[in-house]
Design a protein around this ligand. Structure first.
Ligand code: FAD
Ligand code: FES
Length: 266
């Protein structure tokens, strides 16, 4: 579906924990064809203290064709997200989307893994649901700073996913342990593809592991953005393209945000 610009009605915007809010927006027909991994560029409200100028990109956490709603799960970190956090049910929110290219899930896959750190799970939860609808088993490895920061486990369990939780406070989220867990999962039930978002350290480890065990892999990159539609070139990153993996400058908003993991420079 072509990206649409408009002002939409906020239906809810509640705290999930101390850092994250969950916003539900009545997006009308826009909700119909959002692909997992695509994002919206939100015009964040200005407040007395915060004057965000550029829009802020947010992944689609959920897009419901039945209710025409689009949902975002976002961490309140700076001027833009603090502005978003002020919105109440009934307020308007202007945004543009859906934007970018989403994840690829092949119908012959039998088992995929999603490896999400922090808010990366907002990006990966819709992908897990898409895979489950295609009768593909999902193992979700969720990483966070502590137990309270882990979110959406039930959403993965609801689709029959195997959920593995790792946290910083007991060091289970160390890159070495995450790699060991993935090797264990793959050893027991071969994984066809791994998808990741939210941690450059995990993505670097996966880049090597995926090359070694020779499976597919994709990463959703987070990058500062302005226009979100490929015009300003503020989100350019070096990407290795083609069989020869020749280095080219690519726009994360337009050519991504999802890339084959072997193509990215991390
Ligand atoms: C395609 C895409 C999808 C995203 N999806 C989500 C999501 O679902 N939920 C969510 O909470 N966040 C998501 N982000 C990150 C989100 O856009 C930033 O957290 C947000 O723009 C911060 O704006 P701010 O004004 O509140 O903070 P700022 O004051 O602009 O920045 C606060 C901190 O966040 C860092 N930051 C700012 N923008 C980005 C960015 N685009 N990528 C990485 N780090 C950034 C800054 O370096 C700084 O350390 C996504 C980013 C991209 C590119
Ligand atoms: S944000 Fe403008 S080109 Fe990507």
């Amino acid at each position: 579906m072509a990206a649409t610009e408009g002002k939409f009605r906020v239906l809810g915007n509640d705290w999930v924990n101390q850092e994250y809010k969950h916003m539900i927006v009545d997006a009308g027909p826009l909700a119909l064809n959002v692909e997992p991994g695509q994002f919206f560029n939100l015009l964040c409200p200005q407040t007395d203290t915060d004057k965000p100028f550029f829009r802020r990109p947010m992944s689609t956490y959920y897009a419901d064709e039945g209710t025409n709603t689009v949902e975002f799960l976002y961490k309140v970190t700076g001027a833009g997200t603090r502005g978003l956090a002020t919105l109440k049910a009934g307020d308007g929110l202007q945004f543009l989307g859906p934007l970018g290219n989403g994840f690829t899930v092949k119908p012959d896959y039998q088992h995929i893994m999603v490896v999400a750190r922090g808010v990366g799970l907002a990006t990966l939860a819709p992908l897990a649901e898409r895979a489950a609808k295609m009768n593909i088993h999902v193992t979700a490895l969720l990483s966070a700073r502590n137990q309270q920061s882990l979110m959406s486990q039930q959403r993965f369990l609801n689709i029959g996913a195997t959920v593995i939780e790792v946290i910083d406070t007991d060091d289970s989220s160390s890159v070495a342990n995450v790699e060991a867990l993935i090797r264990q999962v793959h050893g027991k039930r071969p994984v066809d593809a791994i998808y990741t978002c939210g941690s450059a350290r995990i993505a670097r480890m996966l880049q090597a592991l995926i090359a070694e065990i020779d499976i597919a892999g994709e990463v959703a990159l987070e990058q500062h953005m302005a226009c979100g539609i490929g015009m300003c070139y503020c989100c350019v990153r070096p990407i290795k393209v083609g069989k020869a993996l020749a280095m080219k400058s690519k726009r994360v908003c337009y050519d991504g945000p999802v890339f084959h993991i072997k193509e990215v420079v991390l």
